[in-house]
Write a protein that binds this ligand. Structure first.
Ligand code: DAK
Length: 257
């Protein structure tokens, strides 16, 4: 891995992926995205990992797709490379993924953060879809996820002017979970990941799927999906363990089965 660092055991049951192209503000070139896809796929399969945190550094989560790499491309080059397949695989990670964002989260960087299930930001974080300033538009979900998160008016303004949103505003408008001082953003994300990792991994996976389904379906279909996943929880040992532990007034020991 040249452009990311992976710690599969940053905390108990919590893996950490750090984007690592600091000089380029973690611009997401094709290799970085492939490495990220492969790492997520592997961590998704590792039994001891229950939640995953993706972070950058204090200055940048990621300042977008690598403009220098894209600059000379034609539509057919883009089609042939099919980066969407990589992004789709990242989106399909089954375990909960938390973005720990500080500094720039722009373009593809903002889209990557929004692809995660929760976002913890430092007070210096800046979110934006500035693609319009370089003659294009968001291409990895920005027009959809941003709009669903913060509403049409604010999303339209960001997408059409490229203006950035501060962490405080991002929290106010529901884009992120919370803002913390810069020295704490990673710690806070790892702490949140640890909390989730203490739950039943089976229930967490099914619940994540069901929440995400709310973005893709009408209420009736979403409720139907939720119900199926709810029933499925009752096929797990974790359901028996969780409920017995409550009755016996002890902490549950979930196994992900
Ligand atoms: N790409 C390449 N290099 C970048 C970069 C980027 N997105 N962002 C920054 N860098 C590089 C700079 O070129 C500079 O490199 P050197 O000149 O030192 O070699 C270095 O990082 C430091 O940046 P600055 O010197 O510019 O630092 P400043 O503090 O002055 O400014 C900045 C920071 C973040 C405001 C500025 O760097 C900036 O405006 N960056 C570009 C932000 C941007 O426009 N992002 C959107 C890119 S388009 C797709 C999926 C996704 C996408 C497309 C397709 N498919 C699935 C098909 C996404 C597209 C995008 O994200």
């Amino acid at each position: 891995m040249d452009f990311i660092q992976v710690d599969p055991q940053a905390r108990q049951h919590v893996a950490l992926i750090q984007l690592n192209r600091p000089k380029e503000l973690n611009a997401l070139n094709l290799q970085l995205m492939s490495e990220l896809r492969d790492a997520l796929r592997q961590l998704d399969e590792e039994e001891h990992v229950r939640t995953i945190v993706i972070t950058g550094n204090e200055r940048a989560f990621a300042a977008g797709a690598d403009i220098k790499q894209m600059a000379g491309k034609t539509a057919i080059d883009m089609l042939n490379v099919d980066q969407f397949a990589t992004w789709d695989q990242i989106r399909k990670t089954k375990k909960p993924v938390i973005a720990a964002v500080s500094g720039f989260a722009l373009g593809g960087g903002c889209e990557l953060a929004m692809t995660c299930d929760m976002i913890i930001a430092s007070e210096t974080a800046l979110f934006g879809q500035p693609e319009i300033k370089i003659g294009v538009m968001p291409g990895a979900g920005g027009t959809q996820r941003l709009t669903k998160a913060i509403g049409k008016a604010k999303a339209m303004e960001m997408v059409l002017t490229g203006k950035f949103m501060t962490a405080a505003d991002a929290e106010k408008h529901g884009l992120i979970n919370r803002v913390v001082p810069v020295e704490l953003f990673l710690e806070e994300a790892l702490e949140l990941a640890t909390q989730v990792a203490q739950m039943s991994p089976v229930a967490a996976r099914l619940a994540k799927e069901a929440v995400n389904r709310a973005f893709e379906t009408q209420l009736d279909e979403g409720l139907h999906f939720e119900r199926k996943n709810f029933y499925l929880c009752f096929a797990s040992e974790d359901q028996t363990e969780g409920m017995n532990a409550f009755v016996e007034k002890r902490k549950p020991a979930f196994k992900g089965r």
